[in-house]
Design a protein around this ligand. Structure first.
Ligand SMILES: Cc1ncc(COP(=O)(O)O)c(C=O)c1O
Length: 424
């Protein structure tokens, strides 16, 4: 649905919902309710996705198998625990546009970032810098600074932050290219968010990968806000590695196990240094309990420990829904939902907030970041009390995302209506 065709009345939102081929997926999620029992307008899937109703059954199965089988569950559970994480490989690969050998579900995002940097951030006197975006998610900033220090360098001279032009909030593609072109030979690692957590800006990942590789840099992405939000083609685009969490758009539950991609070209790079653990050891001989580490090919070779089955189970439930809906169809609805929200907010013509997120659909995902000059936090808390849930990020940003799996056009309409009147 193109923006030119949007209308501002509620009836129009109802018509869009009636025509939505993905509308039925909403019934498969638990929608939080207000104290008075009304369904919330939940626009916070960029922070914590909602619970698929099927999670209970999948979890119950594992609890029953544990109760009934004990250790035998490793081989005789309905879905044996030994190869359990494998059950997610194909769906995860499809989701991020990778080959199954390139992905693994393990640990949490920041842990995966450290594990992959241990292998791929190999600074030398000539090439020791890491390039990130200014205001990257704090955990990424802490992680890269600690890696720089770990290798004996100083973030003051080894960290470059891509900074938007004065009075602009988002980065221009040409400025990213230009910086890589200018500084590339001193950059060891480019690590950018696929979608910036604060502004909602989606970066041109294939172009950044090409530019970085042309200059000999390792290129990596933090896809926390991109996985399950925008279509990804990691294998074809060719970054060296990527990491993401599964509790946002992937609806895997709080603190769910994270994802990791290592490009096929590194699948058999046995000489790469890495932190090793027994689950990364060749599974054919893992239980021979040998003393010498032989990594598995591909991303599996970066695993450390046997996976937490009770944390993986909800992700299986959620990934089944993703596979059924299909990322391409979800993206079509997502583009429409976000454009509709932008249209409604702009129509209100208020000057007390501005939309920071780029307006081009190729430069954003589901999230819109609204900059509120004054008393924004109190304003958002008030909306939350009424059941309109987004989140606040200091110093001045209210983030909202209409998620195509469970949000409706009427959710967006209710939000825009209340947001505008609350301001007045
Ligand atoms: C962009 C980004 N990177 C990293 C993290 C940290 O993730 P974790 O706590 O799972 O390591 C988050 C968490 O919200 C994030 O949004």
């Amino acid at each position: 649905m193109s923006e030119a065709k949007f209308e501002s009345g509620h009836e129009f939102a109802a018509t869009l919902d009636a025509r939505d081929p993905l509308a039925h997926f909403r019934q498969r999620f638990c929608i939080p309710k207000t104290k008075s029992g009304v369904e919330c307008v939940y626009l916070c899937g960029h922070s914590l996705g909602l619970q698929p109703k099927s999670v209970r059954d999948v979890l119950d199965q594992e609890l029953r198998d544990w109760a009934n089988l004990g250790v035998e569950g490793h081989f005789h559970a309905k879905s044996p625990w030994m190869p359990y994480h494998r059950l997610l490989a194909e769906q995860t690969a499809a989701l991020v546009g990778a080959m199954p050998v390139e992905v693994v579900v393990m640990n949490s995002l920041t842990v995966n970032l450290h594990l992959t940097m241990a292998s791929f951030y190999r600074p030398t006197a000539r090439r020791h810098k890491i390039l990130i975006e200014l205001g990257a998610f704090p955990s990424d900033q802490y992680a890269v600074k600690s890696q720089i220090r770990f290798h004996g360098y100083d973030p003051e001279s080894s960290l470059i932050e891509l900074t938007p032009r004065e009075s602009e909030s988002c980065l221009r593609d040409e400025d990213i290219q230009e910086l890589i072109e200018r500084e590339g030979e001193s950059i060891a690692l480019i690590l950018l968010g696929g979608v910036n957590y604060a502004t909602g800006q989606a970066f041109n990942l294939p172009e950044i990968t090409r530019a970085g590789h042309r200059k000999g840099c390792v290129v990596a992405f933090d896809l926390a806000h991109a996985a399950g939000n925008i279509p990804l083609r990691l294998h074809d685009w060719g970054p060296d590695f990527a990491v993401w969490c599964s509790y946002k758009y992937l609806n895997g539950g709080p603190g769910c196990v994270a994802g990791c991609f290592v490009h096929e070209r590194h699948a058999r790079s046995w000489d790469l240094p890495r932190y090793a653990g027994w689950w990364g050891h060749d599974e054919k001989v893992r239980f021979q309990m040998g003393a010498n580490f032989q990594p598995m090919a591909g991303a599996d070779g970066w695993q450390l420990s046997n996976p937490p089955i009770l944390a993986l189970a909800p992700l299986r439930a959620s990934m089944d829904i993703f596979s059924e809906a299909g990322m391409d169809r979800l993206r079509v609805k997502s583009v429409s939902l976000t454009a509709y929200m932008e249209f409604l907010l702009q129509q209100r013509g208020l000057d007390k907030f501005s939309i920071v997120t780029p307006s081009e659909k190729g430069r954003r995902g589901a999230q819109l970041s609204l900059r509120i000059a004054q008393k924004g936090r109190a304003f958002c808390e008030k909306l939350a009390e009424e059941g309109l849930i987004g989140d606040w990020r200091e110093p001045d940003t209210f983030r909202v995302a209409a998620v195509p799996l469970y949000n409706t056009f009427q959710d967006v309409w209710r939000f825009a209506e209340r947001f505008a009147t609350a301001f007045q």
